[in-house]
Design a protein. Sequence first.
Length: 252
Amino acid sequence: MKIVVIGGSGLIGTKVVNNLRQRGHEVIAASPATGINTITGEGLAEAMKGTDIVIDLANSPSFEEKAVMEFFETSGRNLLGAEISAGVKHHVALSIVGTDVMQNIPYMRAKKMQESIIRQSGVPYTIIRSTQFLEFLAGIANQATIGNEVHLSDVQFQPIAADDVAAFVTQFALNAPLNGIREIAGPERFEMYEIVERYLQHANDPRKVVSNGRPEYFGGEITHTALVPAGLADMGAINFEKWWNNQAVKAA
């Protein structure tokens, strides 16, 4: 099949592109750098010719309220419009677990709007809602650092490895469209400060983690269970220890 991966050069996109090519599919890794731009529409019509499946992994370069909403709305409408014209048979998008219950956060409102555009388009679709990635732990720690302390919430947290995310995206893309939402998560559940503390210990980072008791994410107040699956979810196979060991091997 011919498959177009929007955001094909990103963290998840590069892995998905490799997975699909190994299975013998014709894959276009689409990004502005390759002349395919979902914001301007450049190269979209050409890329969609003869395309069976589109996987949308694009992310907004800005998390500012107006910018992020405009990004997902413009990108979504341009992309799905091109898919409709070309007769694409399956649209797959990566979203976020808890989007519905975090609508006080601008980024989550934008993702919810992106999902609505997909559902209303008429293109057969699968929306995959993922928990946060293990690869985000360093960034979460850095964002919460004050002096030599890392101040973090005790909200429940179930991070998933990027390799597992890519495997699920590949699997769902090659399956029949669900015309619905599927959730994916890591195999272990923690409180947020606990897993970041473990990460820093493994990295021999001297910063001290402090649980501040404030249930926050992206600057907004959330419930303690907003970031973990509400019900049944597909679980990744890579736990923290295995993920960490994989990072060590890659760095060696």
